[in-house]
Design a protein. Structure first.
Length: 61
């Protein structure tokens, strides 16, 4: 998981717990709504390209 996302989430949770007096679960839910997780886009790779890249099946021949 992304370090920046984890740090932002932790800071948000701590802030809500200390400033608003929320318990951990309430603070987590509120911070989770505000801090957006990183977006990961995986490019499409055909099965043939993927199997060649990782040499799937070559050790069983």
């Amino acid at each position: 998981m992304d370090d920046t996302y984890q740090k932002q989430s932790a800071v948000g949770i701590d802030a809500y717990m200390s400033d608003l007096g929320l318990n951990y679960k309430q603070a987590f839910n509120k911070a989770f709504k505000e801090v957006k997780p990183p977006s990961v886009v995986v490019p499409f790779v055909s099965y043939e390209e993927w199997s060649q890249q990782f040499r799937i099946g070559s050790s069983y021949s």
